[in-house]
Ligand binder design. Structure first.
Ligand code: UGA
Length: 419
């Protein structure tokens, strides 16, 4: 928003984060975000605070961007942060203000917030729902040049304010869709469910390819040329993780159940199962590769982040596999260019190594779990010199089988038994 020319104040309850941001540093890894942050702080358009009162008095439009993680022990979303921030903001709102929800929420939330605010001192305040579609690793690009903008509103005034807020993006022909509250909320979870389904579809094909002796990468390429199918998000492998897709499909199923529409989303249970099965299958494949036993063997996991260009380890398939193999008795070393600190916070007892060649030293098996460019560029001949036995499992189907085999490795990939 500051980059678009607005004056912005960012609020968080975590003083450490606020201090880091105010100092011009992003407290996580996101390519290109440091420059944008620094530029806008220097220009005086952007500052950070822990005071919600200060923010409320300063702003006319209040974006709610807090997390909605999966509730511990349940499938549905934990809404504490959304309702907590609304409750904290409400006493200071002005009747002319607009509250814009960006968090991914169960359908019906915007209406609930609207009703809550109606009964407070902030009566007259407008509410809108404006889902966020950015991808980690592409956050800056996706924010400044989004595919589309979706705004769920109940009044012309709310729409007008958002048209003004997004004027620079509308000017560059970004589609601007105006809907009601529930449609806007559903667009978000429908989009993530579709993406998750696409990934699980190709991973289901990978399972069949494994049984039939076929190659899922060639299959994906071939079906992807049909523009109705498209070749994006058809990479078979360890499957989807992160703080969004897995918990969003679960929360969507839970909400549909509350609405009496659970049958409609039954397929998402299968999408989830196919996805999780890729992880257990990889552990089985690793055990088989090592002759049926993990104890006494050394395994190196390349990648801890849930995807490349991110330091996010939430529900990371690669880290999950590492922990499962370690629990089964192997000595596991984990490498990642950016995510080791976060991984160590979640699993302090695992072994982490910052130097990739050191991480590979003495390995009986290498598992490629996150497709950082750095791993694609590894020279298998150099790797061959430091490992103990030459086995590699490519969990992301991007390494070059011929190059690894030429260096003496057995190469196994998911869904490509003959690759
Ligand atoms: C996802 C959506 O793509 C965004 O549009 C959405 O805004 C975001 O969630 C959100 O709800 O906030 P993100 O979680 O950053 O974005 O990650 P994706 O790029 O969607 O990747 C998710 C997972 O799927 C990763 O683990 C990735 O490795 C995996 N993946 C992706 C595959 O296994 N195969 C593919 O072909 C593509």
């Amino acid at each position: 928003m500051a980059e678009l020319g607005f004056e912005v104040i960012g609020i968080d309850t975590d003083l450490n984060k606020v201090t880091t941001l105010q100092g011009g540093h992003v407290p996580f890894f996101e390519p290109g975000l440091d420059e944008v942050l620094e530029r806008n702080i220097k220009a005086g358009r952007l500052r950070f605070s822990t005071s919600i009162q200060e923010a409320a008095e300063f702003g006319d439009v209040h974006f709610i961007c807090v997390g909605t993680p999966q509730l511990a022990g349940a499938q549905r979303a934990d809404m504490t942060q959304v309702f907590g921030s609304i409750a904290a903001l409400a006493p200071y709102l002005k009747p002319t203000d607009l509250v814009v929800g960006k968090s991914t929420v169960p359908v019906g939330t915007a209406h609930e917030i609207f009703e809550q605010l109606k009964n407070t001192a902030a009566a007259g305040v407008e509410v809108a729902w404006n889902p966020e579609f950015l991808r980690e690793g592409f956050a800056v690009e996706d924010t400044l040049r989004p595919d589309r903008l979706v705004v769920g509103v109940r009044s012309q005034r709310a729409e007008d304010i958002l048209r003004e807020v997004y004027a620079p993006l509308i000017e560059i022909n970004t589609p601007f869709l105006v809907t009601d509250f529930p449609t806007a909320e559903l667009v978000k979870v429908a989009a993530n469910s579709f993406l998750a389904t696409k990934i699980s579809f190709i991973n289901a094909m990978a399972e069949v390819c494994e049984a039939a002796g076929a190659d899922v990468s060639q299959l994906a390429e071939a079906i992807g040329y049909d523009p109705r199918i498209g070749n994006r998000f058809l990479s078979a492998g360890l499957g989807f993780g992160g703080g969004c897709l897995p918990k969003d499909i679960r929360a969507f199923m839970a909400r549909a159940g509350e609405l009496g529409a659970d049958e409609a989303l039954m397929f998402l249970r299968e999408v989830d199962q196919i996805n999780l099965r890729r992880r257990s299958h990889t552990v089985d494949l690793a055990r088989k590769t090592l002759g049926g036993e993990f104890v006494g063997k050394s395994v190196t996991l390349l990648g801890a982040a849930f995807k490349p260009n991110s330091d996010d380890v939430r529900d990371s398939p690669s880290l999950d596999v590492a922990v499962a193999i370690s629990n089964a008795g192997a000595n596991v070393k984990i490498h990642d260019p950016k995510a080791l600190e976060n991984a160590a916070r979640v699993y302090p007892n695992m072994n982490y190594e910052q130097d990739v060649m050191k991480a590979l030293e003495g390995a009986d098996l290498i598992i490629h779990g996150t497709e950082w460019n750095e791993y694609r560029e590894l020279d298998p001949a150099e790797v061959a010199k430091v490992v103990n036995t030459r086995h590699v499992i490519d969990g992301r189907n991007v390494l070059d089988p011929q190059a690894w085999r030429a260096a003496g490795f057995t190469y196994r990939a998911l869904g490509r038994p003959t690759a």
